[in-house]
Design a protein around this ligand. Structure first.
Ligand code: SF4
Length: 290
């Protein structure tokens, strides 16, 4: 059994940067509070905990400790809340997300209703919504568009959406609402890293019998990688680590592809690859004995 790795996968520079800032802060200041898991990956969160980074749901759990904002970013009220309580703020928001927040604020101040193409429950989207004024809305892929929309719209995207889906969403918006739109601004807030990893996943999916997508269960960009592999007609499974892998998935496979989300450490990918090798060797052994 041959194992092929995607040409681009795993930790992105935004996540590496956030982890570096947190590790440095924890080393210098002792315990710090991360508002939510720094990335959607349990292994990374565990390693940071060992260095003194405690994850909390909200500011009230943070006492007077320094508070770290994760790469997903937060709304202005969270930053102001932390500062007014006297907590030192360590901001690891990815610069690509900060750019999206700035556009949302700018467009809202210019009188546009901001429409975010993305999951309204995702932390990045919740944060951007909070910068985008009271009329802003987030619409998830596949969800119906509201029957009525204001006439001046500014559309941005969750950074980890695929360019194809964003384009489809824009077409749908134009098809259903163009008669009522007086002004439309589209700001491309997609992340290049995500687009490049999705392109690599598509390429991989065409070359193998099965793709394993490694990443945290709640990682949006990992789930999007799984979607693009399935769109290519490939059999694909999302695994958080080697224990999720089932031997029966590999039966009859000659080429297995592995890719990973932007919040997945190399160690998780390596552990999955080792298990595929072990299971593959077991299946080959059983076949030759049979
Ligand atoms: S995937 Fe892109 S937007 Fe998200 S943290 Fe990484 S670099 Fe930033």
């Amino acid at each position: 059994m041959e194992i092929l790795l995607a040409k681009d996968m795993g930790f992105c520079w935004g996540v590496r940067r956030a982890i570096d800032i947190m590790e440095k802060a924890a080393d210098e200041k002792g315990e710090i509070i991360s508002l939510g898991p720094i990335v959607h990956n349990p292994q990374v969160v565990r390693e940071l905990e060992e260095r003194g980074v405690r994850t909390a749901g909200d500011l009230s759990d943070g006492d007077s400790l320094p508070v770290a904002i994760t790469a997903h970013g937060v709304g202005p009220e969270v930053l102001e809340g932390a500062r007014s309580r006297g907590n030192e703020v360590i901001d690891t928001t990815c610069p690509i997300v900060t750019r999206s927040q700035r556009w949302a604020k700018k467009m809202a101040e210019a009188g546009f209703t901001v429409v975010i193409f993305g999951d309204p429950n995702h932390r990045e989207v919740r944060g951007v919504l909070a910068w985008a004024g009271a009329s802003a809305i987030a619409i998830q892929d596949g969800d119906p568009l509201p029957a009525k929309l204001p006439s001046r719209l500014a559309v941005i995207s969750q950074t980890t959406q695929s360019p194809e889906r964003f384009a489809e969403f824009l077409s749908r918006l134009m098809r259903d609402h163009v008669a009522k739109i007086s002004e439309l601004r589209v700001i491309n807030t997609l992340c290049d890293v995500t687009s490049s990893q999705q392109a690599a996943a598509r390429e991989l999916a065409q070359e193998v019998d099965l793709v394993l997508v490694v990443g945290g269960r709640s990682s949006a960009n990992t789930r999007h990688l799984l979607d693009v592999c399935k769109e290519e007609g490939s059999v694909a499974y999302h695994v958080e680590g080697p224990d999720d892998l089932r031997a029966e998935w590999l039966k009859g496979c000659e080429r297995v592809g592995v890719t990973a989300g932007a919040s997945t450490p190399d160690s998780a990918v390596e552990a999955v690859v080792r298990r595929v090798q072990r299971l593959g060797a077991g299946l080959e052994g059983a076949a030759s004995r049979g």
